[in-house]
Write a protein that binds this ligand. Structure first.
Ligand code: PMP
Length: 411
């Protein structure tokens, strides 16, 4: 094949794509499928757990409605799916009704639509530091200014958010929303304390902005008590959805392959989101939605979530044990009570991006921390995923990673 000139059409590209980069995890995909690699990199639930027979069952059940499954559907999603969403949100303690729900092609599309609806170029956004790399990707297309708010073990620090907003106000910057992943944060693995959730809502009121609550992992809790979503707290206090735009997904409680998620918000916002989605993909797949509705109606989905959680808990424990056993004393990490990720902090002089080729050469992959910040911070961090690999291999992977870290420390 002749050499391809990737810059060939640079003079034609929109200025917005200059600031966009591909997510490190997406780029790693090819490497991750290499045989023998221990991948602590992806954010994959273990779909092997689902099983062929259960899948065949759902496929069979929708065959009778083939014509509908193969047809376009309403932009906001099928009623049957909205019913499922009401049930799932209730199971997490969040009251919801059909009118406040809008089906999307994964929470990822929710992020894109929220950005499309709220952001003009140069508008401000607050998000956690670090934050979900896919959100940064989605937001980047709309060219906002992104401020990272520091976190500790109890999540985003509200006083720091308030300070940042005051500064932005002084500079005349229009901040549109605060983006947060309150439960089992990706990548940080921490959960926002209940009183901080309340404080964040107060801050949104004070500065008159919206909160985008992204909650893909809330139901993947292995220990501790569930905390109310910001969406639930708001509804308890105000009586209806208002400032909180809640993003949910079926990727972690069912399957990412169906590409289905949702937005729960007040009607004005949903109306704009509807217009945005019409321009993006008309509607989410009817086929996926019907499979999903059939599964949630017929199967014991709660039992499946419980099975996943016990598997992930075992794997998380294997990871935490191995980190404690093998990592040098100077290395620190978070202790997630659920979700898929552990966030590792290396000594500040180490660069996890530069270290990655060495780890991959030894057949272990992780995601370097840099991609989780808009402005190049995070170099001395790694995100480790524990949901996809068996405990023994996690342990071996961490042992190798610890050797790579030690080699670097001795340089
Ligand atoms: N938000 C967060 C925090 C995520 O971690 C992910 C995916 N891992 C998404 C949104 C997107 O999920 P999906 O599009 O599969 O629903």
């Amino acid at each position: 094949m002749p050499l391809v000139d990737l810059d060939r059409f640079d003079f034609l590209y929109a200025s917005r794509v200059r600031g966009m980069k591909t997510a490190a995890t997406r780029d790693l995909m090819a490497t991750l499928s290499r045989p023998g690699i221990i991948s602590l990199a992806g954010g994959f639930p273990d779909t092997r757990l689902f099983g062929e027979e259960a899948f065949r069952e759902i496929s069979r059940s929708i065959a009778a409605n083939a014509a509908q499954a193969l047809q376009y559907g309403p932009t906001g999603g099928l009623e049957a799916v909205k019913d499922v969403i009401v049930e799932v949100m209730a199971a997490e303690g969040t009251p919801a009704d059909q009118e406040s729900i809008f089906v999307t092609t994964g929470a990822q599309q929710g992020l894109d639509l929220v950005a499309k609806v709220f952001l003009d170029e140069g508008d401000g956004i607050l998000c956690e530091g670090p934050t979900y790399a896919g959100a940064l990707n989605a937001f980047a297309a709309y060219r906002p200014r992104i401020a990272h708010v520091p976190m500790d073990r109890a999540g985003m620090i509200p006083s720091a958010a308030r300070e940042t907003l005051k500064r932005a106000r002084k500079q005349g910057l229009s901040v549109k929303f605060i983006y947060t992943v309150p439960n089992f944060h990706n990548p940080a693995g921490v959960t926002m304390a209940a009183e901080r959730r309340r404080e964040l809502l107060e801050i949104a009121e004070e500065f008159d902005l919206v909160i985008v609550e992204d909650n893909p992992y809330g139901m993947l809790r292995f220990e501790g008590e569930p905390l109310p979503t910001l969406c639930a707290i708001e509804q308890q206090e105000v009586g209806h959805p208002d400032r909180v735009v809640y993003l949910g997904t079926f990727s972690k409680i069912f399957a990412p392959g169906v590409r289905l998620g949702w937005v729960h918000a007040q009607p004005g916002i949903l109306h704009k989101i509807n217009v945005g989605k019409q321009g993006a993909d008309l509607c989410s797949s009817n086929l996926s939605q019907m499979m999903l509705a059939s599964y949630f109606k017929e199967a014991d989905w709660r039992a499946y979530v419980r099975r996943q959680n016990s598997l992930y808990r075992e794997r998380r424990d294997a990871m935490l044990d191995a980190l404690a056993e093998f990592m040098p004393r100077e290395v620190h990490w978070t202790h997630p009570e659920g979700g898929l990720f552990v966030w590792v902090t290396l000594p500040s002089y180490l660069d996890a991006t530069a270290m990655l080729p060495r780890a991959i050469a030894r057949n272990v992959a992780y995601v370097p921390g840099e991609g989780f910040y808009a402005g190049g911070a995070g170099k001395n961090h790694m995100r480790l995923n524990f949901s996809f690999v068996e405990p023994e291999r996690i342990s071996r992977g961490i042992e190798i990673l610890a050797e790579v870290v030690r080699e670097r420390m001795e340089l």
